[in-house]
Design a protein around this ligand. Structure first.
Ligand SMILES: Cc1ncc(COP(=O)(O)O)c(C=O)c1O
Length: 304
């Protein structure tokens, strides 16, 4: 990780190496936090944060879902996100707001424990590798089931739920794959370990509904809008791994991942085994939007 100079911690700018917490922090013991993954990019008009309001709204929704009361209003958090990119003089950045229970009492009930907020920003390139955009990625179907809405709140970005994603990612990489696709408790496709998923077949783009057990991805929502804009028919509908394997194209979506074609699943090529035409069209439009080159979507970027 390429360290920056400062981290925003509970309302103060603290030097990166001094932004530390007690080992008795509740969230370290029980996974009781929520977070966001965001990006800032160098656009023609200057460094801009993509989907700022959408990420801040989701951070508050996730916090509410897991009973954390953020001790700052949305305006303060939005300004802090802009500030942390600015003070670190970053032209482009990955931004990680984290809301967590600090220390005070032990035990599952987080009673009388302060809710704390950290926001870090640093330079971070393409999550699945610099070639992933052009070459696509090779994935497996994980043996690990995606966390169920009956035991977690998969729509919220909760720290503890990521142990499930980590199991899938570690096993996939151990077996030589780039990442994993996770199924839900009914055997339908849910999402990637840290990405939403789309498949394309017979002139139809499909993505599983959030209720299947996927995170309500901001890139996913943007892709639904891009598909409408490009007049590509798209629906939210469950599909099985067998349907997935017979698709013409598959792609992952996510802030860290961006939009990346999946060119094989469990070593079976998808389509002709290269990044598909629809995937490329949607990826290119997405990159235009987040780089501030698409006037019809310009509200999605905020100059810092
Ligand atoms: C499990 C999971 N699904 C999907 C996504 C994609 O969400 P977004 O597009 O908001 O980054 C992420 C990334 O944060 C994720 O961790």
């Amino acid at each position: 990780m390429k360290k920056s100079e400062y981290i925003w911690l509970d309302g103060e700018l603290v030097e990166w190496d001094d932004a530390n917490v007690s080992v008795m922090t509740h969230t370290l013991h029980y996974g009781t936090g929520v977070f966001e993954g965001m990006r800032a990019r160098a656009t023609d008009k200057g460094t801009s944060i993509q989907f700022l309001n959408e990420h801040v709204d989701r951070l508050y929704r996730s916090a509410e879902a897991y009973n954390l009361e953020i001790p700052f209003n949305k305006n303060v958090i939005s300004n802090a996100i802009k500030e942390i990119v600015k003070v670190n003089k970053l032209k482009s950045a990955y931004i990680r707001p984290l809301v967590f229970f600090g220390d005070g009492e032990m035990g599952l009930l987080p009673k009388d424990i302060p809710v704390r907020v950290a926001i870090a920003a640093w330079e971070w390139g393409a999550y699945l590798g610099e070639d992933a955009g052009s070459q696509g990625v090779n994935v497996c179907i994980s043996e690990w089931q995606r966390i169920s809405p009956k035991s977690f709140k998969p729509f919220a970005k909760g720290v503890g739920g990521y142990m499930n994603s980590t199991l899938a990612k570690i096993d996939a990489v151990k077996e030589g794959f780039d990442d994993a696709i996770m199924l839900n408790d009914k055997g339908n496709v849910a999402e990637g370990s840290g990405q939403n998923i789309f498949m394309y077949k017979d002139n139809q783009l499909l993505t599983p509904p959030i209720e299947t057990g996927a995170l309500g991805g901001i890139t996913r929502k943007t892709v639904l809008e891009i598909a409408n804009y490009l007049e590509i028919s798209v629906i939210e509908k469950d599909f099985t791994p067998t349907e997935l394997l017979s698709s013409e194209e598959i792609f992952f979506t996510g802030t860290a991942t961006e939009i990346v074609g999946v060119v094989s699943v469990d070593s079976s090529p998808i389509g002709d085994g290269s990044v598909g035409e629809i995937t490329s069209k949607i990826r290119n439009k997405y990159l235009e939007i987040v780089n501030g080159q698409e006037d019809n979507f310009k509200n999605y970027i905020t100059l810092i």
